[in-house]
Each structure stands twice: as structure tokens, then as C-alpha cells.
Design a protein around this ligand. Sequence first.
Ligand code: SF4
Length: 361
Amino acid sequence: MDNKIYMIYGRDPLSMTRSLLEAVDAASLIGDRSSRIVIKPNFVIADRPENGAVTHTEITVAVIEYLHQNGFEDITVAEGSWVGSRTEDAFRLLDYYGLAKRYGIKLVDTKKDLFRRVESHGISMEIAETALSADFIINLPVLKGHCQTLMTHAMKNLKGFLSDRSKRDFHKFGLMKPIAAISDVIKCGLIISDSICGDLDFEEGGNPVETDRMMASTNAVLLDSYASSLMGYAPHDIGYLKVAHDWRIGDTDPSRAEVIALNTPVASNIRPKGEAQRLSRYTAPDDACSACFASLIHALKRLDDENLLSSLDKKIAIGQGYKGKSPELGVGSCCLAALHSVKGCPAKADDIINMLRSYLS
Ligand code: SF4
């Protein structure tokens, strides 16, 4: 299995997706021009992408246009919102009916699809026929927090292929084993991750964290493991990754990922909202890049969950404005002269947590 993860920074999902598709050479990955291609965004609910829950529509547009330009015509977008929400509402709000008309693609609300019962690792589930009969699946998850699984991304996004009955069963069985089990049935040929502004801790959004990055990989388990480290978790903190490791479904060691950055982050106007804004009172940004700042917010969130932040008496420096300065606490390569610093451009949340833990102890 390929261990490459392509990373790109920016605020334009359309051009970022195009660059990722070229970098991975998606046309060669798919191969046969007559392949039935299924694109799987995340519409857990009907909401705007800027709220942190759903895939940016521009990403799907870029994928469809790339596929057409490379001679692929059999394209379906398939998704089913969570139990209690109507997928059609998301299709309407996010202009998918318009896309279907403009590009001549098929649109499937998997809640209304035919289902086939499949068994994986002793777990029985009803999976949409559209997914099971696809030749190539392009998974477009949002990297965001989740109140039960802590993180949701490529593997958990497959839940949208289930019947509502199986979605309920997944919760009954505790989510972790079922998510690992469906990941062993549905193998995505390509994952393009929307990590533009995923939610800090809830899959339904509301607390988006501007991260301004996207990733591409062919390896869902390794990508999710790497993504967990970006959110300040170890892979074994995420229950379904632990199960994936135990069942040998894939490699969960993020250090084995070969991360290929297509560009470098640039300083941006940081505008934290909601919970991110509350946590940002511990920070002192000066020309910081969103990806670095998001890592700091995720690290602060992990430490806040452990009630460790009340003893933090210094603001944490971050950003290009600190080059050549020596603050007490600093994050990212721009702040390497800080008394307590974390390297990385951008810095990673798990490294920030380790530095702050040792500073606070
Ligand atoms: S280390 Fe500096 S330049 Fe690099 S991502 Fe962080 S703030 Fe931006």
C-alpha cells in the first residue's frame, strides 16, 4: 500500500484539489476510462462548508472536471446524511442538483439505494449497491472532531454508504469495530481530504477551525493515523484505528507516512470563532499561518480536556513576526529562538502537546 500523503496549503479548494489530482496522477490510478467512478463527499447534515461539517462543493467540482478532462464519463456522487437528516436538503443547499445537470453526472441519495447485506469481521451491515458496484471510489472526507470517536475522516466517512438501519446498528455496537469493519470492505482508490476548516470537536460543525490545508492519499488507514496526529491524538487514542491495527487492516504508524508538501503555508489573517476563539486567549499570534495556528488550537483543546490549561501563565508565541525574537513559549520554526519551542513548519499538534506538558509539569 502506498505510504505517500500529499499536502497542500491554501484557501482555494478548487485549485488545491486540481493540484492534488495532478500530483497523485489520479487518471493513472483509475486506469480504465470506462470505470464506474463514485465520489463520496461528507454531508452529515445540510449545512455550509464554512461551519466545519461538510465537504466544500468546489472540491467535488474540481474532481468532476478533472475526470471529464481525462476521458472518464461514468461518474456518480453518492452520499447519505446521518439518521434524521435528509440528504436531498444537502444536495439542494450545496448545489448538487445544479452540478448533476451541468456536468451530466449521477446523484445517488444512498438512503434510497438498493442495499446488499455484507459481513465483515463478524459485523453484519447493509451497504449501498452504488458503493459495492463501483470500480473506483474517490472519498472526500472532512477532517474534524467527533464527540464519540474523537476524530472523523476517511474511514468513518464510509458510514454514509450504509442504510439508516445499519447506521443505527453501528452506534449500538459502539462504532469503533464497525468503522474498522466497513473500511475492510470498501476500499477507496483515492482520498482527497478537506481540511480547510473542519470542526474542532463535533461532526455536525459549529466550531470550525481554519486550517487551510488539504491532503491526498490512496491509503485510508495511514492517512487517518497521520490525521490523528495533526489533531493532537496518538492513533491508538482513536478507537477504530486501534481496531484497524489489531485486525491488521492497515498501517497505523504515522511516522511511516511519506508526507509530500506541494507548497508551504503562508501567513494569513487568523479569525478564530467559537471554541477556537476561547482557546486562542492562550496564544499571541503575529503573522501566523492557519495550519500552524490550527495545530496550536487542537493542542490547547487536548490539554483543556485534561484541565491542564488553568496553570498556563504565559501566552504562546506563534507566527513569522517572531523570527529572531526569544519569547518564553513558541510554536513552529519561526519561534525556534523561544525558551521552550516546537519545531515544524507547520508545527504538529502532538509535538506542541508534548512541549506544553513538559513546560507545565
Ligand atoms: S512555522 Fe511559521 S511559517 Fe511555518 S507554518 Fe508556522 S507560522 Fe507559518
